[in-house]
Design a protein around this ligand. Structure first.
Ligand code: SF4
Length: 435
């Protein structure tokens, strides 16, 4: 979502005649777009911004802006903590970005204080009608929804991104048609709970079907869905539309009913398992990934073990694992102090979870060695003469190839796995078809 927001800001500024440069040393304005989901990410931003202050000492005219969820969360406190920051702007303020930069420039010319905070949340702002500036390439992120109507008790998102706001379906489809005309063949539809999307009569399954049928679009993904909106209608579209990839990210968060209740996730473990079964029955070859948080306040050792049990029985292809991170302003932050799991215990749980998750991933991937998969070449590899591609099931494969082929589809035999990723060998189209 942040990459996509960055593209939106770049699009608006480019439209106003700004040139986008990649190195802060070459810029007159540096925007640091931020995430507030975890404390660690915020700490890194503060370090980054203080480094930029070194540049500002050399060039006092440099404008430093902090945008996004952390800017929204900290607001004017951030301007006090980092007095060299000129602009803080929350995720609903981007429409006024060019004007805000002009205001800062105008104030400077009168030697007035330049710091500016744009922090209003707008209940309907979905940036309809604005063009993102996307980098060239075969893959594009397409936001269809902003904000969230859930209130998971650990999560800061609803407080910094506001309520759910959906884009007009026609506009989304037009945008995807435009991308396909420019050579984009894979799109990922984005939203905080993307599958709760609804605009007028169009719900998410219908939108997904329309996007999957755009000429030139060969792959469609979406992230992140909420398990409750993984409905039979959605699964039917995923199974029927050839362009929809055989991958589902299904954030479980915990394998304990009591923890899920206290997280306000609004489903039980059995209901989550039923969603997995529904999807696997319709699409047997699907790869399923998940998010898990350990050491949520009040999580007992037995409840943590329930999460391990969920991992062992569902066998996710990939798991993004986190220690609970306290976010001021969220309901969980107000739980009694004695509920908070100690740092050492939280770390031990995370390490145990990672070991289990990685073991399962390695076993699943080892069983896939020998398969021949369609791969989209996305990037140069880490070693010269290699490229990195992604299968429809969202698995990363490194293989020998010319970096000029980024954007091409090919067929690759998966020869080895490192556990998380694969090393493969390209096969001819005929061999691939036979396999
Ligand atoms: S559904 Fe996702 S974005 Fe919304 S509150 Fe819950 S965790 Fe946060």
């Amino acid at each position: 979502m942040n990459i996509s927001d960055g593209e939106l800001m770049e699009g608006m500024l480019a439209e106003q005649g700004y040139e986008i440069v990649r190195r802060p040393e070459d810029a007159d304005v540096v925007l640091v777009n931020t995430c507030a989901i975890r404390e660690h990410a915020e700490t890194r931003v503060l370090g980054r911004v203080s480094q930029l202050n070194g540049l500002k000492r050399e060039r006092p005219d440099l404008v430093i802006g902090v945008t996004g969820c952390m800017a929204q969360r900290l607001g004017t406190t951030l301007l006090e903590q980092a007095p060299y920051v000129d602009l803080v702007m929350g995720p609903d303020g981007y429409r006024s970005l060019p004007e805000s930069l002009e205001r800062i420039a105008a104030r400077r010319s009168t030697r007035a204080r330049t710091q500016l905070a744009v922090l209003e949340l707008h209940p309907t702002e979905n940036y309809q009608g604005l063009e993102q500036l996307r980098s060239e390439g075969p893959v594009a992120w397409v936001p269809v929804q902003r904000g969230c109507d859930h209130r998971c008790t650990f999560c800061i998102v609803p407080y910094v991104r506001g309520p759910e706001k959906n884009r007009d379906a026609r506009e989304v489809v037009n945008e995807v048609e435009g991308l396909a005309a420019r050579g984009v063949s894979e799109v990922t539809l984005l939203g905080q709970t993307v599958n709760s999307y609804r605009s007028g009569e169009v719900d998410f399954p219908s939108l997904l079907r329309c996007v999957a049928r755009v000429a030139g679009v060969r792959r469609v993904r979406f992230t992140s869905p909420h398990p409750n909106d993984v409905t039979p209608e959605l699964v039917e579209v995923m199974a029927e539309e050839p362009a929809v990839c055989e991958h589902l990210h299904l954030p479980a968060q915990s394998g304990s009913d009591r923890t899920l209740r206290r997280m306000l996730r609004r489903y039980t473990v059995d209901e989550l398992r039923a969603k997995v079964e529904l999807v696997r029955e319709a699409i047997p070859d699907i790869a399923i990934s998940t998010d898990i948080i350990v050491a949520f306040p009040g999580e007992t050792d037995a409840e943590f073990r329930d999460t391990l049990e969920l991992m062992r029985t569902v066998r996710f292809d990939e798991a993004y694992t986190y220690k609970y991170s306290l976010r001021e302003g969220t309901p969980a932050a107000r739980l009694p102090a004695e509920d908070f799991v100690g740092a050492d215990e939280a770390q031990a749980r995370l390490e145990e979870l990672i070991e289990v998750a990685r073991g399962i991933q390695a076993e699943i991937n080892a069983a896939e060695v020998g398969r021949v998969e369609e791969v989209l070449i996305e990037n140069p590899g880490r070693q010269g003469g290699q490229v990195l591609g992604r299968t429809r099931r969202n698995k990363v494969v490194a293989f020998d190839g010319d970096t000029a082929r980024v954007g091409e589809y090919t067929r690759v035999e998966l020869r080895h796995t490192t556990g998380a990723t694969f090393v493969g060998v390209e096969v001819s189209a005929t061999a691939g078809a036979l396999a």
